[in-house]
Design a protein around this ligand. Structure first.
Ligand code: PRX
Length: 648
């Protein structure tokens, strides 16, 4: 049996950075990228010190990096404050008066906060936290919609050295309870409610349910967002606006060690108990600052819109901290992309004249499905750069994004990274690196990425294997909160000293990385290991298909059989003939080995609220088993019923 993941989908299209884009970009050519990359690998301390010096340090670091595998310290001995770097640093220039946050709520309400105003609000709220005896090292749960208060609460924690843990607003009371228990949080910051597809999500009620039994939480601060009726527990719960009455706006930033914990963000991985990924201050700041600067090549006059919810790492790094550390204008939108209609994103791009748009492949596929007429209604000519994150983007979706949203003129940065990595690690630089649809291209500065076989030996060009990172990088996770052993075992034990990403990938003859998905999702069909994403991309390249998810099911003959769940574009009929056509289409694109044994049409696929397809559920459905296990992250429960009904 082969141990390598086979890769059959060969994409030949290449898009060079447009000349006028490259001319103005910080990194202007492949040569310049290669020179800087070499320096970052050969002399990492020199490279990262130069980046770090662009930021404000209250005491200098003694050593750029100290690596006692698997534990890293970055800028050890240095002292700084992240909120000072995101706010105070900009108050001495014209940035003081520029929009830090442009915000739009789902119902259409709008707010703008300049750097000066944001600083004022953060200082006041930091004083509210202090008033409640919340201090350095205390853990604070933030359970808010994507509203400016989420950023204010995060920055206020950072200002006083409290450690925030943002819990995504779509999670249930049980998830909040687990995260409180694991982190030992002393406070929860929430809102009465948030808007999602026109309905109110009762955030405070979920918090009440989570706190029904005794916990470590002593106080709950509630922001009034929706005005729905809200129970307030005497002695525990206080209103955000009420508390502001008691405080002033004078709050000097706490001096923190570079390795002081900044936040814990829980990620479920594919199975089991959520892991509290711990990020610290100095290295994380330098990492998000540099990636934002080079990957998005962000400019003072840009309006940058990352559509992620603040509850995910993308929201932490590229809605809040990355843009603000660079003095950029970040746009935040609270709601769903199809509310009230499927053109909400394009309306926002047009109205705010957004320049850089960063979104997820799952959203792009949804837009394709909803139809081009929604896009065509709007003027998207302000866009100059597009980005994607979260899963492999199918080449056809990439091409659509490039043509229909980018008007053929915007480079696309397909950025590969993880909650654990804190920042983007594999990515094009838009003025320098030619792109190939479906490839995250080359490693960012300082990132020593490789693809290895089961024994840990690097594999050759176009051979699939496991993606590892061979040395520490500034924004890497420092541990799993409270569980060093799990940290060592999960990420560093398979290939000691190397970080195991859990993703399968290959590199092509140009050294470009092609991520094929989580190793757990790899199929083994008659001794061939196949990445599910390639079969999915082949399906999506058929004119009738909007989205596809491929899973394995036990098969006596082949080890695993291939089952494809397919959603069709509007107006396409789900016929038996089409199923055959799709099977043959995959056969023609990849090879007979990858032909799905079964194609099932579905109205929608089960996804998490962050847009990842829940393959575990599809696997269970495909093998005829009943769905067990945790489904609380499922975006839309009715999908499960309709999927079961899709069985013949
Ligand atoms: O499998 C990879 C996929 O998303 C995983 C990380 O998920 P999470 O921690 O939720 O963070 C998502 C946002 C950073 C990775 O292990 N992934 C992320 N970006 C890409 C990707 N797969 C392919 N291409 C990408 N650009």
């Amino acid at each position: 049996m082969h141990s390598n993941i086979e890769s059959h989908l060969i994409e030949k299209r290449v898009f060079r950075p447009p000349k006028d884009f490259a001319k103005k970009a910080r990194i202007k050519s492949l040569d310049q990228y290669r020179r800087m990359y070499r320096e970052s690998i050969n002399r990492p301390a020199k490279f990262w010190a130069r980046e770090a010096r662009e930021l404000v340090w209250r005491a200098p670091w003694k050593k750029v990096v100290e690596w006692k595998a698997p534990f890293a310290k970055w800028f050890g001995g240095g002292k700084l404050n992240l909120s000072e770097n995101c706010l105070d640093r900009h108050l001495t220039s014209a940035r003081r008066n520029k929009a830090a946050i442009l915000w739009e709520g789902e119902p259409g309400d709008k707010r703008t906060l300049t750097y000066q105003q944001l600083h004022h609000e953060v200082c006041r709220f930091a004083n509210v936290l202090k008033r409640h005896k919340i201090g350095k090292g205390d853990r604070v749960i933030i359970y808010l919609p994507t509203i400016p208060e989420a950023a204010i609460a995060m920055l206020a924690c950072a200002r006083i050295g409290a450690v925030h843990s943002v819990v995504f607003g779509g999670f249930s009371a049980d998830s909040i309870r687990d995260r409180i228990a694991d982190s030992g949080a002393v406070a929860v910051i929430t809102a009465d409610g948030g808007y999602r597809r026109g309905a109110i999500v009762p955030l405070k009620k979920n918090v009440d349910d989570a706190l029904r039994e005794k916990t470590s939480v002593k106080c709950v601060i509630v922001f009034r967002r929706t005005g729905n009726e809200t129970h307030m527990e005497e002695g525990r719960d206080v209103w955000w606006h009420g508390e502001l009455e008691y405080v002033d706006a004078n709050c000097p930033p706490a001096l923190l060690d570079s390795e002081h914990p900044l936040y814990i963000l829980y990620t479920s991985g594919s199975t089991g108990k959520p892991k509290g990924i711990l990020h610290t201050t100095g290295g994380y700041l330098v990492g998000i600052y540099s990636t934002m600067k080079y990957v998005f090549d962000v400019r003072d006059e840009d309006i940058f819109w990352c559509t992620a919810d603040v509850g995910w790492v993308t929201g932490h790094s590229y809605v809040v901290y990355g843009p603000l550390a660079n003095g950029a204008t970040t746009l935040m939108y609270e709601g769903a992309p199809n509310w009230p209609e499927p053109d909400r994103f394009w309306k926002i791009v047009q109205e705010y004249r957004v320049n850089i748009l960063y979104t997820a492949p799952t959203a792009i596929r949804a837009f394709i499905r909803w139809g081009d007429q929604w896009v065509a209604k709007h003027d998207l000519s302000s866009l100059r750069l597009l980005g994607t994150v979260g899963e492999p983007i199918n080449p056809e979706a990439w091409i659509w994004y490039h043509k229909k949203i980018g008007g053929g003129r915007c480079p696309i940065v397909d950025t590969w990274w993880q909650t654990e990595t804190g920042t983007i690690l594999i990515t094009p630089l838009p003025g320098a690196i030619p792109t190939k649809p479906g490839s995250a291209t080359l490693p960012f500065f300082g990132v020593d990425a490789a693809i290895v076989d089961e024994k840990g030996s690097e594999v050759g060009a176009n051979v699939g294997g496991k993606l590892i990172i061979r040395r520490p990088w500034p924004a890497m996770l420092r541990t799993i909160y409270g569980d060093k052993e799990r940290y060592k075992k999960q990420y560093w034990s398979e290939f000691p000293g190397n970080y195991l990403t859990g993703d399968g990938a290959r590199r092509d003859e140009d050294g470009y990385f092609w991520i094929v998905g989580r190793i757990d999702d790899v199929l083994n069909v008659a001794g061939h290991r196949l990445g599910t994403s390639e079969i999915e991309s082949a399906l999506v390249s058929h004119a009738g298909v909007a989205e596809a998810a491929v899973v394995g099911r036990p098969d006596e003959m082949k080890g695993q059989g291939v089952v494809a769940f397919v959603t069709l574009k509007g107006g396409v009929k789900p016929t038996f003939g089409l199923k055959e056509e799709l099977r043959n289409h995959v056969g023609a694109h990849i090879g007979a080995i990858a032909k799905p044994d079964e194609v099932r049409f579905a109205e929608a696929l089960p996804k998490t609220r962050s847009g990842k397809i829940m393959r575990r559920l599809l696997k269970e459905i495909a093998s005829g088993a009943t769905v067990t296990g945790d489904t609380t992250t499922l975006e839309d429960f009715s999908v499960l019923t309709t999927l079961r009904e899709s069985e013949e």
